[in-house]
Ligand binder design. Structure first.
Ligand SMILES: [Ca+2]
Length: 633
């Protein structure tokens, strides 16, 4: 075999070129207009949200020194009194599980703890009405699903009733029910709304077996917060959540606690995108840079030297509020907002998806598990700490839960928008037994972009059980499969699960343009690098060091029309800088050996090729799907 290295472009280009097949010379057009269309429809949907009157459930003017207040807001009528609805108004369970992609099941044996102050005498009765309204199984003291205790863990004596806190309790119980109807609910009522009592209630919730603890209240930061962290908010193995506040940009405690995942807020509305929903930062959500709490080691943002708030978010805008049933001093069906909605929603999703032992580090290290929120603001601080934008931002953190992506075991399928080619060795190969030749590999994307090879000597073979029990398509030299047409996207995201088997240096082709073009290959290089040649003819080669390519990995690349970034098992590994500048289309026509001399020796289990630069959320979902399916690092 003869191999050319990446340095031999002049020699390569001087070669007599293979006759150009008509199909190989034409480019099928492919567009990535979907994302732009979705963006504008999302913006239209979000701008159509109507502003409605609402008020604080726990009156901030009534607070005594040292007291914390609940983070709920309730819709009111024109006269300022709480608006009552004969039937539920606002989002119900079906809306919330749709918005956050929550699948049925998973919560059996899990306990969602709700920590609030004071007593709601109607808590269990109102909970029963809410669950009956939506067809959720009863959750009662009698059947062991519901338990209400004081901050010491005893069923009595309970704290004094309070209308405002009772509303907060009703909201929290309803949100836990909406997200995880099969979870148990533990309501721990603190004697007073002070950090000492509420913190004691947190400790009790954990002692009584909570899987997660939701805290929908807050107050100002103080120099004692690190002490409170140690006394009340340090429970390894039990995820604690705290709402970020309802007063816009600004930091509250315990959202600022080192021991909690802080939860900001969004406006949530239907949209015509694939998810069906759009979100923007809610103007009332708390956020910012703590004045007291040290920077957690996992927080990587650079505009705040101490802890940044929030970490995550969920719906909180009372204008896109949720239905709650509350009769203690209230009229029944009411509409609530506030980050008091978001905290129990997020906490319940963590419990239901098997992530009850996670900390903020999980959030910051798995942004693909969350729907990024990229618009809206809660103030005019002049930075990401109050402005929704791509990636991390203060009001919404890393975004809102994508429960499908968070589910232990990972997502069961990749994103499909702009998916142009999907080859998987476990479905669609012409042979199914070990060693059988693969003359055709059928595209699973629905686009019919099948890969075939009629010449027997150039057909790869199927190797069953090669990768953690899954099959691979094995190439061993001058073997390739040719696509039914050329893809020539101007932007793309590509994922390849496989490994290089070339015993010595040089490279092994994974995919390329076919025909005669000397451009845009994806190949394993030198045993330690994936090499992605620059788009367009004769551009400099761009490389990324991906570590040992002779072990199975999910290698992926994302190209947005200007820069290319390469990832291994979901993590960016492009050589410094972390992305490359390049231009042009990326022609894709063949899998495996290219032309008659650039060979392929290696295994491919799966290829996903998108004709768009995927969002971080979708990239994470695709990678999560592959990582889970093949038990990759
Ligand atoms: Ca964001």
């Amino acid at each position: 075999m003869t191999f050319r290295t990446k340095h031999n472009w002049a020699a390569l280009l001087a070669w007599p070129l293979m006759a150009c097949l008509p199909l190989a010379c034409s480019s099928s057009s492919s567009s990535d207009t979907n994302s732009n269309t979705e963006l504008s429809s999302d913006q239209a949907a979000l701008s159509a949200i109507v502003s409605l009157p609402h008020k604080d459930v726990c009156d901030p003017a009534a607070l005594k020194p040292g007291q914390l207040r609940c983070h709920a807001k309730v819709r009111v009528g024109a006269n300022g009194s709480i608006q009552s609805f004969a039937t539920p108004s606002g989002f119900g369970p079906a809306d919330l599980v749709s918005a956050y992609q929550v699948a049925a099941g998973g919560g059996t044996g899990k306990t969602i703890a709700i920590v609030d102050a004071m007593d709601d005498p109607n808590a269990e009765a109102d909970l029963a009405t809410y669950r009956a309204q939506y067809g959720l199984a009863p959750c009662t003291t009698a059947n062991g699903c519901f338990r209400k205790v004081n901050e010491s863990g005893a069923a009595s004596p309970l704290p004094a009733p309070d209308v405002g806190w009772a509303s907060e309790i009703a909201l929290d119980l309803d949100m836990a029910s909406a997200i995880c109807p099969e979870c148990k609910i533990l309501l721990v009522e603190a004697s007073q709304p002070t950090i000492a009592d509420l913190g004691t209630a947190v400790n009790t919730a954990v002692a009584l077996g909570a899987t997660v603890v939701s805290n929908s209240y807050g107050g100002g930061e103080s120099s004692s917060d690190p002490t409170f962290d140690q006394q009340y908010f340090s429970h390894p193995g039990v995820a604690l959540f705290a709402s970020s506040g309802d007063s816009g940009f600004g930091v509250e405690y315990p959202a600022a606690s080192a021991g909690v995942i802080s939860v900001g807020g969004t406006s949530l509305t239907h949209s015509t995108n694939a998810r069906g929903w759009a979100e923007s930062a809610w103007g009332g959500a708390g956020s910012g840079c703590s004045a007291v709490t040290a920077k957690p080691s996992y927080q990587t943002d650079t505009g705040c030297a101490r802890k940044s708030i929030a970490d995550l978010s969920a719906v909180a805008d009372p204008n896109t509020g949720v239905a709650v049933y509350d009769t203690y001093g209230q009229p029944g069906w009411v509409v609530f907002g506030g980050t008091s909605v978001a905290s129990p929603v997020v906490a319940s999703i963590f419990a239901k998806t098997g992530n009850g032992a996670k900390t903020g580090a999980f959030v910051w290290q798995n942004p693909g598990d969350f729907f990024d929120v990229t618009s809206g603001s809660n103030g005019s601080c002049g930075s990401y700490l109050c402005t929704g934008g791509p990636g991390y931002d203060g009001p919404t953190g890393w975004g809102t839960p994508n429960a499908a992506a968070m589910t232990a075991g990972g997502p069961s399928s990749p994103p499909t928008t702009s998916l142009a080619l999907w080859l998987r060795a476990d479905v669609g190969t012409s042979g199914s037994t070990n060693g059988s030749p693969v003359s055709s590999w059928l595209d699973q994307s629905g686009n019919g972009l099948n890969a075939t090879m009629a010449t027997a000597s150039r057909q790869p073979v199927l190797a069953t059980g090669a990768l953690n029990g899954k099959p691979v398509v094995r190439f061993n030299g001058a073997q390739s499969l040719v696509l039914s047409r050329v893809l020539s996207p101007t932007r793309f995201s590509v994922f390849v699960v496989g490994k290089n088997s070339m015993p010595t240096e040089t490279f092994s082709m994974i995919m390329g343009p076919g025909g005669s073009s000397a451009n845009n290959q994806l190949r394993w290089e030198n045993g330690s690098q994936a090499l992605l040649v620059g788009t367009g003819n004769n551009l400099p080669i761009v490389t990324a060091n991906t570590g040992n390519t002779r072990a199975y990995h999910a290698l992926s690349a994302r190209y947005d029309g200007a820069t290319m970034t390469v990832y291994r098992d979901g993590n960016a590994v492009s050589s410094s800088p972390t992305s490359f500048s390049t231009t042009g289309t990326w022609d894709l026509f063949q899998i495996g050996a290219w032309y008659s001399t650039y060979f392929m020796q290696g295994d491919v289990a799966e290829i996903l090729f998108y004709t768009s630069a995927l969002s971080e959320t979708d990239r994470g979902t695709a990678n999560g799907y592959l990582r889970s399916k093949y038990a990759l690092p």
